[in-house]
Design a protein around this ligand. Structure first.
Ligand code: DGJ
Length: 690
């Protein structure tokens, strides 16, 4: 069966992935109704699907419309909200046609009384479970004809009618990103959102819904995520009639976009993913999708990096960086990244942002000598930048005070002593592109850590009545600059960062190679942060550093092996002050880096299984397990660790000890970890012999 099936008699369309189907149909009145998202169906079965809901009373109307607008007896969350110049809001959409191009289906509609055209796009791939959706609104009127778009959702994901529902989502804050929350779904509208202009630390544009009966490895899970790095909103509604739907859109309530005749507005992509394999199965399906269809360089193994931030803070100079680079290289580090503090008058966070030239007092001969030294040591060279920002105390601000977001006469809120550049202005984006391009070209920079350390406030542009658009255009301009840099410098890799993990989403992952997961590098706190990250995003993109003990943020002391093992579950980095590490620590660290390089293909490319106080990766015939023990009362039983995803009849050889384990024994009886002490950990690397 082809990926997109159209039944013209039934006026029905079905998209199929290897394990699921998604079905919509036009009803007798020409309204597009959602019919099914879940187990895979045949065309015959799809044609037999009844409507999901048909509620029409004086007080209520619920039809499970695929993309509801306003007007008529519609009272749920609209996918489309707009306001015509005369103040009216009602839209009526007539289906005008459809196109199919491989796995891409486009449904076209025209508004009955106004020159608006709406296109709903759906795309499936034959190698993964994701359904990608986005919408496009075109104004076919004259240039003076305007309409205000208040909401143009990328998608509304409607779920089957089930007796109960539970919601899983990510919450948190700076240094505590991605905390997984799982709770009964209220019969209400649950809004997950960022109004900050960035993806945000407080919530992540991903949600998973299940009937309350899914487990890590069993049960149906409906997940959806928005590929967007600015403000966003996911509203999950659960009505008294049992309808459950998640509406995804870029932007938050308030700002609206002026659409003029001749103009179009296109949403980012929202991705839905159904899995019958529990939360673990859903995560593996997300990882497969991100690797196959999102990441720019999915096949590349992420290098072991060193980053100077926790070692030096802003106190950066050539000699100090050379010392760190020498020690990092001796550990086996492959990429040396100099963090904040190398440019302009930057000695703390009060000055210099925007002046992207090496600080003359600390790098008298520029960056070339350091870059050459890093290369001589056999490493690639990376630099920290924060291109969207400016300190008022900077040459850039003195030259272009009008380049910052602001509202006439209002105070400009400074956060971390910085203001946000109006990146959506072509001259600002062009300036940023030029500076970054020069940096990369002049110093052969291999890796940019692109940071963003504050949110948007007073997001205006005096004199521009359509300034709200900048909430969207800022993000698009960031994407464009990144895309252009990558196109012009094919060897360049980019790390996404926003005060830790404030910019973690599928949109940024389409043009970056890894994400700085959190400024919290305490290995114990990282367990929850990484657990949440891995729900959707693959381990190979999850930057994880080993830093000093006691941890500078939490003051907690943890063994070196424990810190390494937890960081080795993602893209390993080292961020400690190596000048303070003992010879013994450096030697053990070098051994662990070497070990990481051996397990790296399995961690970065493998299928992830989340176990009890452990994670496991399976890639081809290799298996890696990282297990840890948290603080427990004395005498608490130490139970074997049951592994997953193994061939029951397979024999698995421990590549360090040579011991042979049986697949069935490891999955049923479990592995004896020997972790009897708090904060101890274990790394196991197995290969299937037969
Ligand atoms: C926030 C980042 O998350 C840190 O890793 C570091 O790069 C600082 N910014 C530098 O200002």
């Amino acid at each position: 069966m082809t990926a997109v099936h159209h039944d013209s008699a039934a006026r029905l369309w079905m998209l199929s992935t290897p394990g699921s189907s998604y079905v919509v149909r036009l009803d007798d009145e020409g309204r597009l109704r959602h019919l099914h998202w879940g187990a895979r169906l045949t065309p015959e079965q799809a044609a037999a699907l009844p409507h999901l809901l048909d509620v029409a009373t004086n007080f209520d109307g619920e039809l499970a419309e695929e993309y509801p607008g306003e007007g008529g007896a519609r009272f749920g969350v609209p996918a489309l909200r707009l306001r015509y110049a005369d103040g009216t809001r009602t839209t009526q959409w007539d289906h005008t046609g459809h196109t199919v191009d491989g796995g891409l289906l486009t449904l076209a509609f025209r508004e009955r009384l106004s020159p608006l055209e709406l296109r709903l796009h759906y795309r499936v791939h034959d190698d993964c479970e994701a359904v990608e959706r986005w919408a496009e609104l075109h104004h076919g009127g004259g240039a003076d004809d305007t309409v205000r778009v208040q909401q143009l959702a990328a998608a509304r994901w409607t779920l089957p009618l089930l007796p109960d529902y539970r919601i899983s989502h990510l919450t948190g804050g700076w240094s505590a990103e991605n905390q997984l929350a799982r709770a009964p779904l209220a019969r209400a509208e649950t809004v997950l959102t960022s109004r900050r202009g960035i993806t945000g630390h407080q919530a992540n544009p991903w949600v998973a819904l299940d009937a309350g009966d899914a487990g890590e490895e069993h049960g149906e899970v409906w997940g959806s995520a928005l590929a967007w790095s600015g403000s966003w909103r996911i509203t999950v509604e659960r009505t008294v009639h049992g309808l459950v739907a998640a509406t995804h859109g870029a932007g938050h309530e308030g700002p609206e976009v002026l659409l003029r005749g001749g103009g179009s507005w296109r949403t980012p992509v929202s991705v839905g993913l159904y899995s019958a394999g529990g939360f673990g199965g859903a995560s593996r399906a997300w990882h497969a999708y991100v690797r196959a269809h999102v990441l720019p360089r999915p096949d590349e193994l992420r290098p072991v990096l060193y980053n100077s931030w926790e070692a030096t803070g802003f106190d950066v100079d050539e000699q100090g960086q050379r010392d760190l680079a020498r020690r990092a290289a001796a550990l086996g580090v492959e990429l040396f990244v100099m963090d904040d503090g190398w440019f302009g008058a930057r000695k703390d966070d009060s000055a210099g942002l925007g002046d992207w030239t090496p600080a003359p007092d600390r790098f008298p001969d520029g960056l070339a000598p350091l870059a050459a030294e890093v290369r001589r040591l056999g490493m690639r060279f990376g630099l920290w930048v924060e291109p969207e920002m400016v300190n008022p105390d900077s040459d850039l601000y003195r030259a272009h005070p009008d380049w910052v977001l602001n509202e006439t006469g209002r105070p400009r809120t400074e956060l971390r002593n910085q203001l946000v550049l109006d990146f959506a202005r072509p001259e600002v984006a062009a300036w940023a592109h030029d500076r970054l391009d020069r940096l990369v070209r002049d110093h052969g920079v291999d890796h940019l850590k692109w940071d963003m350390n504050r949110v948007l406030t007073e997001a205006g542009r005096p004199g521009d009545p359509d300034a709200d658009r900048l909430w969207h255009d800022h993000v698009r301009a960031v994407y464009t600059v990144m895309d252009e840099l990558r196109a012009d410098h094919p060897g360049l890799r980019i790390e996404a960062c926003s005060g830790g993990g404030g910019r973690t989403d599928l949109g940024i992952l389409a043009r970056t190679d890894q994400v700085w997961t959190s400024d919290n590098t305490d290995a114990l706190d990282r367990i929850a942060i990484q657990h949440g990250y891995g729900q959707t995003y693959p381990p190979g993109t999850m930057g994880a550093w080993v830093t000093d003990s006691p941890n500078p943020l939490t003051g907690r002391a943890l063994p070196l092996e424990f810190r390494f093992h937890l960081a080795m579950t993602g893209a390993l980095g080292i961020g400690g002050d190596l000048t303070e590490w003992s010879e013994d620590e450096l030697a053990r660290a070098a051994g662990l880096v070497e070990r990481y390089k051996r397990i790296r293909p399995v961690v970065q490319r493998g299928r992830l299984y989340r176990l009890a106080d452990a994670v496991q990766y399976v890639h081809e015939d290799e298996v890696v397990v990282v297990a840890w023990r948290l603080a427990r009362r004395h005498g608490a039983p130490v139970v074997p660790l049951r592994l997953a995803g193994l061939e029951p009849r397979g024999r698995y050889r421990d590549l360090d000890t040579g011991e042979v384990h049986h697949g069935a024994v490891l999955t049923s009886r479990g592995l004896t970890t020997g972790l009897t002490r708090d904060h101890t950990s274990l790394l196991l690397h197995l290969r299937r012999d037969s």
